[in-house]
Design a protein around this ligand. Structure first.
Ligand code: TYD
Ligand code: MG
Length: 449
């Protein structure tokens, strides 16, 4: 075995760079682990554990959601916080994590429940300033603890058993007997484990903030994702006011739930009709733009896909995508070239999902392809047209799930033409459904309009 001296990560072979913490030259042979063979570890002195029937568990012992009173939180978490659960809220700095949790803390404490806000990242005065901005009066049951030692926080939680504990952030807490500075991989894992244990023992729910760096989420929250019950991610462009709150993992309910929030002067507000807001200001009669419908979670969501195609300069043409998977984009460009006769060999290609939304489900393939074909041919797609469908390698268009819900959402927002895979869906009277089984057919359908 080999281990990293900085973060304790273990590897089966030697590497120059630790893949967990990114440090160079810290992976050495772990002699201790070699000597401790599995046979020497398995001890015959351990007493057998006591097994129990699941049926004997009363419903109060299994998970029950407690509504927090903050509608967006309760909706995406299938009903609220589960006692003893740990939720991780990730996102880039400045996206609005502390704002959302301040609102959550105010709402819960406003009902007379006890909320503990552990301030590690900001001073209590800074947090108080934000709280006052959000609410003129602060409930007396909203308390703070200025502390960065995870063991002290854990014993405070076990002692006080607050109805909700907010720890802002996991990167600022540390354990004295773990090596390294706060925020390194071994500190993150050990602190998350200590806090999770405290939550389980005291049946007190904890929400942890995890900062995500610009170049990916490897640095922090990813390391503790498996330790916590729920992972929420806040995404979006800091310059734009829309924020997307997404459930990535949830042990007590549906994942893939999503909420669109709007940053205002008085905190984050949920956008109640996100589809309408996201497609409201789109340019009309411009080549390269089309709307598609995502069906993640329980609500369908309309988004605009934009494509731009321009002659490439010197060197390899650029392929860039925001909100879509770039590998998928390369695949779709190849399918368009080989199966539909629309090639992009010497062109730079840019695709953008408007509003900072991530549209990574395969159902967006067809809309991406149509936006690209429209941009390449410089022919605008009629604005009331919407498309969805998965594109296969032979240029076939495959059916997608939730077609009925997508169609209903498109109709509700006044779309009149739907380009979709062939299948058994009944189109409402006021909508023209163009069923296509190949990419060629779909592009031809655009030309006819
Ligand atoms: P913040 O919640 O501190 O982000 P994070 O904790 O993710 O780093 O702040 C996000 C931004 O929101 C910050 O630039 C200030 C702004 N903001 C508002 O626009 N309205 C508000 O009511 C509040 C509290 C913050
Ligand atoms: Mg913050």
């Amino acid at each position: 075995m080999f281990a990293c001296t900085k973060c304790d990560a273990q590897f089966s072979k030697w590497a120059g760079r630790c893949t967990e913490c990114g440090a160079w030259g810290t992976v050495i042979e772990d002699v201790g682990a070699i000597h401790e063979s599995p046979s020497s570890r398995s001890s015959s002195t351990a007493l057998p554990g006591k097994t129990q029937s699941f049926a004997a568990l009363t419903s109060s012992e299994s998970s029950t959601h407690r509504p927090t009173g903050l509608p967006v939180w309760d909706r995406i978490l299938s009903g609220g916080c589960v006692p003893g659960s740990v939720t991780l809220l990730g996102g880039e700095p400045g996206i609005g994590k502390s704002t959302l949790l301040a609102q959550l803390g105010l709402t819960v404490s406003g009902q007379g429940k006890r909320v503990l806000y552990v301030t590690g990242e900001e001073s209590p005065a800074q947090v108080a300033l934000r709280l006052r901005r959000l609410s003129p009066t602060l409930p007396p049951t909203l308390e703070f603890l200025e502390e960065n030692r995870a063991d002290v926080i854990a014993s405070t939680i076990e002692n006080k058993k607050p109805d909700l504990t907010i720890i802002d952030s996991i990167q600022t807490v540390r354990l004295p007997d773990v090596s390294g500075e706060a925020g390194n991989a071994s500190q993150l894992k050990a602190c998350a484990a200590t806090l999770t244990e405290a939550a389980k023992r005291s049946h007190a729910p904890i929400v942890l903030v995890g900062q995500v760096t610009k170049d990916g989420d490897l640095a922090g929250p990813k390391l503790v994702e498996h330790l916590v019950d729920t992972v929420l991610m806040m995404e979006g462009d800091r310059q734009q006011s829309f924020r997307i709150l997404r459930v990535l993992k949830h042990r007590f309910g549906a994942t893939d739930e999503l909420a669109v929030l709007h940053m205002t002067e008085r905190g984050l507000e949920e956008v109640l009709d996100p589809s309408a807001a996201l497609v409201a200001d789109r340019p009309k009669n411009v080549a390269g733009s089309i709307v598609t419908c995502l069906a993640q979670g329980s609500r369908p969501l309309l988004v605009e896909i934009q494509a731009l195609v321009a002659p490439a300069g010197y060197g390899t043409p650029i392929r860039r995508g925001t909100g879509i998977d770039v590998n998928r984009l390369s695949l779709l460009l190849a399918v368009l070239g080989r199966r539909a006769g629309v090639s992009f060999g010497d062109q730079d290609v840019f695709v953008n999902v408007v509003g900072g939304i991530e549209a990574k489900e395969p159902a967006t393939d067809l809309a991406i392809c149509l936006a690209l074909a429209s941009a390449k041919q410089d022919i605008p797609i009629p604005p009331q047209t919407i498309a969805w469908g998965e594109v296969g390698l032979s240029g076939e268009i495959r059916p997608v799930s939730n077609s009925g819900a997508r169609l209903k959402e498109a109709t509700r927002l006044g779309f009149t033409t739907v380009i979709a895979p062939t299948g058994k869906i009944e189109s409402p009277e006021n909508i023209q459904l163009i069923s296509c089984s190949t990419m060629r057919e779909a592009i031809a359908a655009l030309g006819k309009k």
